[in-house]
Write a protein of this length. Structure first.
Length: 350
């Protein structure tokens, strides 16, 4: 009998040990405002992740936090679900400049807006991204012309005029500058204007192991610099009336550990990747990554705890309220506050 009693006492103790000495208790949802410092800290981690994993095009800046949900996660930590509104910047992904220092494109430059749903885990005060899903869309042509009737609109990245402009501009730059021979890495964006007739193109480049002089005889043999010697740049070019070409390029210092291998493979043959065929921008929707596998997350339990339902209203006439013989209903605890969302707009509404 004593042995049986000891076993009965031991079972709950083992169960208590198994959950890491976590005392039993309710796990409730936390409510945060979209502009709360903790919300902004989560959004900053999410934004860095998005920019680091977006393989084409430009870096994005945070415009506003649209929604945030904080859920408890068993046995430890919290899950943050964010909805973010982003805007494209003028920094291509090969640009080493931190996104905080990148200029957001103005409305007159046919802006691109990004929408992202990001799931983060907060453990021991640190955020890590579990998964993200994004898509991006250009502002409508009507909105652009309403603000600036004569501003050029985005053109298809594989438009023949765009490809020829980028190729001619890069040839012009290589012929006019000594140093490493540059090759096309990616066309980032293009705009075509009819009056006056002009084509404007932005494109990324990489330095090769050839000098400009060597490349005149065997340009096809020129390859990207190996490993930590890899060097990238960014160019802007405009052709007016099909014969007046201007081009300027910025070549960045080599960045150890940064190779942009996927772009180099796509463009070594001088061809646009399939991704750009028929598109006017490099959509954020072409990447969807997660740092935590679904199997590891399946062992956790997220508790979706919403605010309690409101108590039904009780109609009482004035006489009944004033009658001391009729007691008033008890006053219960205040319901949890709803977060103030969406948050502030940092740049402009698209």
């Amino acid at each position: 009998m004593k042995t049986l009693l000891a076993l009965l006492l031991l079972v709950p103790l083992l169960s208590y040990e198994a959950v890491g000495h976590r005392p039993p208790g309710p796990m409730t949802q936390r409510f945060l405002d979209c502009d709360d410092p903790e919300s902004e800290a989560a959004a900053a981690v999410a934004l860095n992740y998005i920019n680091a994993h977006h393989p084409h095009g430009y870096k994005y800046a945070l415009n506003s936090i649209e929604k945030i949900t904080v859920l408890p996660r068993r046995p430890f930590g919290e899950i943050f679900l964010l909805e973010l509104d982003l805007l494209e910047t003028e920094c291509h992904i090969v640009n080493p400049l931190p996104v905080e220092n990148c200029t957001v494109r103005p409305l007159t430059d046919h802006v691109i807006e990004g929408d992202c749903d990001v799931k983060l885990l907060k453990m021991d005060g640190k955020f890590s991204v579990v998964s993200s899903k994004c898509h991006s869309t250009p502002d409508s042509a009507e909105d652009v012309t309403e603000v600036c009737p004569y501003c050029p609109l985005l053109a298809l990245l594989n438009d023949t005029r765009v490809i020829h402009t980028a190729a001619d501009a890069l040839t012009k730059y290589n012929n006019e500058h000594d140093g490493a021979y540059l090759k096309l890495l990616e066309i980032g964006r293009a705009q075509i204007q009819h009056l006056p007739a002009s084509v404007s193109v932005e494109f990324a480049v990489f330095a090769t192991n050839c000098s400009t002089e060597d490349a005149r005889d065997h340009a096809d043999d020129c390859q990207v610099l190996p490993g930590d010697l890899a060097q990238f740049g960014f160019c802007k070019a405009t052709v007016i009336d099909q014969n007046n070409t201007t081009v300027s390029c910025t070549i960045y210092e080599n960045q150890p550990g940064v190779t942009h291998h996927h772009l180099i493979v796509d463009h070594l043959g001088g061809q646009l990747p399939t991704l750009a065929q028929g598109f006017k921008h490099h959509d954020l929707g072409h990447f969807h990554h997660g740092t935590v596998h679904a199997t590891s997350e399946s062992s956790s339990a997220e508790v979706h705890a919403g605010p309690p339902p409101a108590s039904p209203a009780v109609k009482r006439d004035v006489g009944a309220v004033l009658d001391p013989a009729i007691p008033l209903p008890p006053v219960g605890p205040s319901p949890p506050k709803h977060p103030l969302c969406p948050g502030r707009i940092r740049h402009f509404q698209v």
